[in-house]
Design a protein around this ligand. Structure first.
Ligand SMILES: [Zn+2]
Ligand SMILES: [Zn+2]
Length: 218
């Protein structure tokens, strides 16, 4: 699950339901919008998921009596707003699958901190000969694409063949990044007069006719 900056900020906020006093659950915004169709404008919502909440219990009865179908309301609060509202739900289970998992949140939060720190190091990593921030971003499929592209552009300037192993051991989900990385690694290899053995992936001299690691003939 990907959490944006905004989401990270809101997960730790504590809000309570004015109808029942229970703490609201932080939920991912459902992909649809019941009202105006304009979308929610937010990635998370605070929702009262208490099945004993008077708003929820009473609304079941009202919907039944007035419209003759099963539905109810949950109290929801849009982040940043003071007043919440009642939102129609078709079942008890609505939103329960969208609760932001605290463990996943913690992991996402740590990942986000690593990405941020790595980005801050990009400007100086070449002079410091520090490969870490570049590898961190290239190998992090959840990092922003623009950050990863900046990291890829530094492969040649860093001129450190040690970046190749971890990159080759990584399976890229973003194929655009993978292609850009491959282009830069080719340049890095050529600049160092070496090549990768296509069989064992060890690095050998560009002029070698036989791989000294696996015996493959070039
Ligand atoms: Zn409530
Ligand atoms: Zn080989």
């Amino acid at each position: 699950m990907f959490y944006s900056d905004a989401c990270l900020k809101y997960v730790e906020e504590v809000h309570h339901c004015p109808h029942c006093g229970e703490r609201l659950s932080c939920c991912h915004t459902p992909p649809f919008h019941v009202g105006d169709g304009l979308g929610w404008g937010t990635e998370v919502l605070f929702v009262c998921l208490n099945d004993e909440c008077p708003l929820f219990v009473n609304s079941w009865q009202q919907f039944e009596e007035r419209y003759g179908h099963a539905a109810s309301c949950r109290y929801i609060l849009v982040p940043g707003e003071k007043e919440g509202s009642a939102m129609m739900v078709a079942s008890k289970e609505a939103f329960t699958g969208c609760i932001v998992d605290p463990e996943a949140f913690k992991a996402a939060n740590e990942r986000y901190a690593r990405e941020k720190a790595a980005v801050a190091q990009l400007d100086t990593c070449v002079e410091e000969e520090n490969l870490d921030p570049v590898l961190t971003l290239i190998l992090d499929e959840s990092a922003k694409v623009e950050h990863r592209k900046r990291a890829v552009e530094l492969i040649v300037a860093l001129n450190d063949l040690a970046c190749i192993d971890p990159i080759r051991n990584h399976s890229f989900r973003n194929t655009e990044i993978e292609q850009l990385v491959n282009i830069e690694i080719d340049r890095l290899l050529r600049n160092n007069y070496v090549k990768e053995c296509p069989d064992c992936l060890e690095i050998v001299k560009a002029a070698a006719k036989v791989c000294k690691h696996c015996g493959r003939k070039f």
